[in-house]
Design a protein around this ligand. Structure first.
Ligand code: GLC
Length: 565
């Protein structure tokens, strides 16, 4: 694997609507990001991915773009964006935008033209198909946000357009070379402006199974999941390699894919020196205990299941490429609420999660607020939910026979809105996120206990621990091992214990994490070499560590990095 400019860095996702509101209108904005650049840098983060800031009707929070060349006025202006790029550069920081090109918004000028003349030139930019007759759409695929993937073209008898997500997000027809050229032009236009690259949205969906055939229904609605179609669609690599050569390669840009549903054995095609992308997110634990029937039928995985899944994905990637490692993002609940058992949802547990994320091979990719240990939102009422996806899941739960309270409880656990609450900057009103009386989304009521200002003052805070993790990745004594070292699990018979080596030439680190409420004593693994040598503690999320003759006792939720060279 060739070394790349971004490998040794740390990244963070910003969800701009909820990050920081500089102009006091209740919604986060670009100037808010500019104001907080020094804070972000202080966590050791130098790459920032900003969720969509393009002009949008916000049916899916900006993932429905009506103009790819404009900043949405809710976030500011193009001048603000240019200033952000300049200010980032001054600090040796890099900005990535979200590349949402599986679909656009139904308000996009191209789609409006297409609707007006589906048979004409612009109709070719989308998928229009005749139905089966009798008011039946062309096939029985269910959209990710519920209902059919087909929506009737207004004013037409039996003509439909395809949308794998909401009906306001019509799918772009990648089979049309003119569409692909437009997409590449747009990507280059932004890279010319000084972007360092993109996070690439829902990209696996750009290749359709063009037979548009039915698959067996998997719910009472008679429809089937889009995943069936993705299994049968082949040839995505041609599009992705073309995109890479036409755009990212020319700028040495960082292209990170959100790619679910990669077929078995195809990971090596997606990443690595000749892969379609620079990197992809490791979503291996995201689907654990998730049911295709919906949130209501899903549960939370055990500590051991999560651990073993992460070990497996590390092994699959090996030295071939580089993952982006996450515990949460804007589509997921908060990592501390999801991956820590309730008894571990405390500072030690949160630091341990952060430590394990930073010490896996790949680039640590934080999500805003993770560094202070923000938690899920305590939803009391379905009216508090904004997210189109969660509202659909609520309907699915009710249809399955759950009561309103049960349905709310089920969707609260997984709702994307958990991570979309405003960042908790202080214990001032509205958590210091805005000076407006009402932020666009309520702040989590725990902001008085969990906020940046309080944690800045506390040397033992979660925030300051994340700073230590960020600094360690760049420490010349450890960087090579942490960034490029091998990942080798040991002591797997201890079910709630993470134990792995990171090894590079002449250096080895042993990472131990006790993901349980019980103390655990483990032998120092023989792989550490000379049993009599001193074990040097590089980082510890608690004050002490008990080491007795070749045995180490870890307190509940304790995580340590030991230099066992
Ligand atoms: C991706 C985004 C998600 C969005 C969807 C459709 O999964 O992360 O937020 O709803 O794509 O664009």
């Amino acid at each position: 694997m060739k070394k790349q400019w971004w490998h040794g860095r740390t990244a963070m996702q910003i969800y701009p609507k909820s990050f920081y509101d500089a102009n006091g209108d209740g919604t986060g904005d670009l100037r808010g990001i500019i104001e907080k650049l020094d804070y972000i840098k202080s966590i050791g983060v130098d790459i920032i991915w900003i969720s969509p800031i393009y002009r949008s009707p916000f049916v899916d929070q900006g993932y429905d773009i009506s103009d790819y060349y404009q900043i949405d006025p809710g976030f500011g202006t193009m001048e603000d964006m240019e200033e952000l790029l300049r200010e980032a550069k001054k600090r040796d920081m890099y900005i990535l935008m979200d590349l949402v090109v599986n679909h656009c918004s139904s308000e996009h000028a191209l789609f409006k033209k297409a609707l007006a003349d589906p048979e004409g030139e612009y109709g070719q930019y989308f998928y229009f198909r005749k139905g089966k007759g009798n008011g039946q759409p062309p096939c029985n695929w269910r959209a990710y946000f519920g209902g059919s993937v087909w929506e009737k073209v207004p004013g037409q008898d039996d003509l439909w357009y395809l949308h794998l997500f909401a009906k306001e997000q019509p799918d772009l027809n990648w089979e049309n070379p003119a569409l692909r050229r437009r997409v590449y032009d747009m990507i280059r236009w932004w890279l010319e402006k000084g972007l360092a690259g993109f996070r690439i949205d829902a990209i696996i969906n750009i290749k359709k199974d063009l037979s548009f055939r039915d698959y067996p229904a998997d719910r009472d609605d008679g429809m089937c999941s889009v995943h069936n179609m993705l299994k049968h669609a082949s040839g995505i690599g041609d599009f992705l390699l073309e995109m890479r050569h036409e755009t990212f390669d020319r700028y040495n840009a960082l292209a990170i894919a959100e790619a679910f549903d990669i077929k078995d054995g195809e990971l090596p095609l997606f990443v690595g020196d000749d892969g379609y992308f620079s990197s992809i997110f490791d979503f291996s634990t995201e689907g654990l205990c998730k049911s295709r029937r919906g949130y209501f039928a899903s549960g939370l995985p055990s500590v051991t299941e999560v651990r073993d899944t992460l070990y497996k994905s590390q092994a699959e990637m090996g030295d071939h490429g580089f993952f982006c490692n996450i515990i949460e993002n804007h589509d997921e609940p908060r990592g501390a609420s999801r991956y820590l058992p309730v008894s571990g949802q405390n500072d030690a547990g949160k630091k341990l999660l952060g430590l394990l994320m930073h010490m896996r091979r790949g680039m640590p990719f934080l999500y805003q607020g993770q560094e202070i240990g923000m938690m899920n939102y305590p939803f009391r009422n379905i009216d508090e939910i904004e997210d189109i996806g969660t509202l659909n899941e609520y309907r699915v739960a009710l249809a399955a026979g759950l009561s309103e309270d049960e349905a709310l409880a089920a969707v609260s656990l997984f709702s994307r809105d958990n991570a979309r609450t405003p960042v908790q900057w202080s214990d001032d009103p509205q958590a210091g996120f805005t000076t407006a009386d009402t932020p666009w989304f309520p702040v989590n009521p725990n902001y008085r206990e969990i906020n940046v200002r309080a944690q800045e003052k506390d040397p033992d805070s979660v925030l300051n621990f994340y700073r230590s993790l960020g600094a360690l990745r760049k420490d010349p004594a450890y960087a090579e091992t942490i960034v490029y070292g091998t990942f080798e699990p040991v002591l797997q018979e201890y079910s709630d214990l993470y134990a792995f080596f990171r090894r590079s030439a002449g250096k080895q680190l042993l990472v131990l994490g006790n993901m349980s409420e019980k103390e655990v004593t483990v032998p120092v693994p023989a792989e550490s070499g000379d049993p009599h040598k001193d074990l040097k503690v590089v980082l510890n999320n608690l004050k002490h560590l008990e080491i007795q003759k070749n045995r180490i006792t870890l307190a509940p939720w304790q995580g340590v990095i030991l230099d066992v060279t």
